[in-house]
Write a protein that binds this ligand. Structure first.
Ligand code: NAD
Length: 379
């Protein structure tokens, strides 16, 4: 049985390599320093103390991100593995069971999710559904005694995020947000430069993330405001989180913001944030225009990620011409899940705690308020 499972895993890994061009590297978890590039202090549990046990992951929501990125990435993880599914789409069950060898007893529906409490095979429930549904699913998973990984953006409001944090604390389970960029090695080198203020005191920052799509249809959740659709929640959260790790500061106010909302959701949002040291940051995000840049200016130079958030190929650079490392294809989600699994196994802090997810949603709400009132909004 174990041999069969290993053979299936090997086959799926080979299929994933063929499908995505991923190159399997045995040193997948390490963030080793390359010559001329800074080391990072952000990688948790660099020398894992406990690696013997793999955590069992159950994916809740089998849509495009689960199907296209997370399940394939779980074929490469060393410290966790895909063991269960929780879905509202019965037709997906046989397909996923066949493809990933998921046992009958590890298949759940949204209705019987609570019974996962009795299943020792499952350690973590990874919530990958429309944003407005994250809160309830995450709280139900926590109440069932399972650790929670929650996709970005964490929830609709800071209060909803806090409710998830409280449920996890009360039920003594861990919580991480699916901020994959925090696990990406070139981004970690960029963050190290921010932490040491390699180019002096920060003077300004720029954060852009957008793609040239279309106004999402209103019969799909991405086109529905109440479900968490629109550019600001979907893509803008990368720009806000990028400014957080790029400046190592939290903004104190939204000075101004504008939103282009042709139907129910915004297709483009632009904003200016203010920080306690008086500096400002400019952000823009879109689902109809392409741009991707995170740049931090200091008194003596700058460092940037260009592009800053695609699944592969993010590239860091400084005003001195230093390239922070070769662009890496794929593996962000594999690193993310292995780091988050190690944080649980070794009882260490994770890189993207619920509080970070909540604080980013607080900024999103302030940007919306500023756009709607035309006034600056304290955060
Ligand atoms: P999707 O529309 O492709 O899939 C959503 C899934 O949730 C579907 O299987 C759907 O059946 C299910 N679902 C459960 N409850 C639902 C409800 N009430 N209404 C509608 N669908 C419901 O979306 P996706 O692209 O997989 O995104 C899911 C989540 O993952 C979102 O929070 C999104 O922001 C996040 N995401 C993150 C990344 C990343 O890079 N970290 C990338 C893509 C998506």
């Amino acid at each position: 049985m174990q041999d069969l499972k290993n053979a299936r895993r090997k086959f799926l890994r080979q299929s994933a390599i063929a499908a995505t061009g991923l190159i399997f590297m045995p040193t997948i978890i390490s963030c080793e320093t390359r010559s001329g590039a800074p080391s990072t202090s952000t990688a948790p549990a660099a020398a894992p103390e406990k690696t013997g046990r793999k955590l069992g992951i159950a994916l809740l929501g089998l849509g495009s991100y689960s199907n296209g990125q997370i399940a394939p990435s779980l074929q490469f993880t060393k410290h966790c593995e895909l063991r269960g599914i929780i879905t509202g789409s019965p037709e997906k069950v046989p397909v996923w069971q066949e493809k990933y060898g998921i046992k009958d007893e590890n298949v759940y529906t949204y209705e019987n999710l609570e019974t996962i409490a009795d299943n020792p095979d499952i350690d973590v429930v990874y919530v990958i559904t429309p944003t407005a549904t994250h809160k309830d699913f995450a709280i139900r998973a926590a109440k069932a005694g399972k650790h929670v990984w929650c996709e970005k953006p964490m929830a609709m409001t800071p209060e909803d995020c806090q409710a998830v944090i409280d449920a996890c604390t009360k039920n003594k389970v861990r919580l991480s947000v699916g901020y994959r960029m925090l696990h990406e090695p070139n981004t970690q080198k960029f963050i190290a430069l921010s932490k040491e203020k390699a180019f002096g005191e920060f003077t300004s920052a720029t954060s852009y993330a957008g793609y040239a799509g279309q106004d999402p249809p209103t019969d799909y959740w991405r086109g529905q405001r109440k479900m968490g659709g629109g550019a600001l929640y979907d893509m803008g959260v990368y720009t806000i989180n990028g400014l957080r790790y790029g400046t190592q500061m939290a903004p104190v106010a939204v000075l101004k913001a504008t939103q282009d909302r042709p139907t129910d959701v915004d297709v483009t949002t632009e904003y200016t944030l203010e920080y306690a040291n008086g500096m400002t940051a400019t952000g823009k995000t879109s689902v109809v225009t392409n741009y991707n840049l995170l740049k931090i200016e200091g008194k003596n130079g700058w460092h940037q990620m260009d592009p800053m958030q695609p699944y592969g190929g993010v590239k860091g650079m400084t005003s001195e011409g230093t390239v922070l490392g070769p662009p890496i294809d794929g593996k962000q989600q594999t690193l993310q899940m292995d780091n988050d699994a190690l944080a649980i196994l070794n009882d260490k802090p994770c890189l993207a705690p619920g509080e970070m997810g909540r604080d980013d949603i607080r900024v999103i709400r302030a940007i919306i308020e500023s756009a709607e009132t035309g006034k600056s909004v304290d955060i």
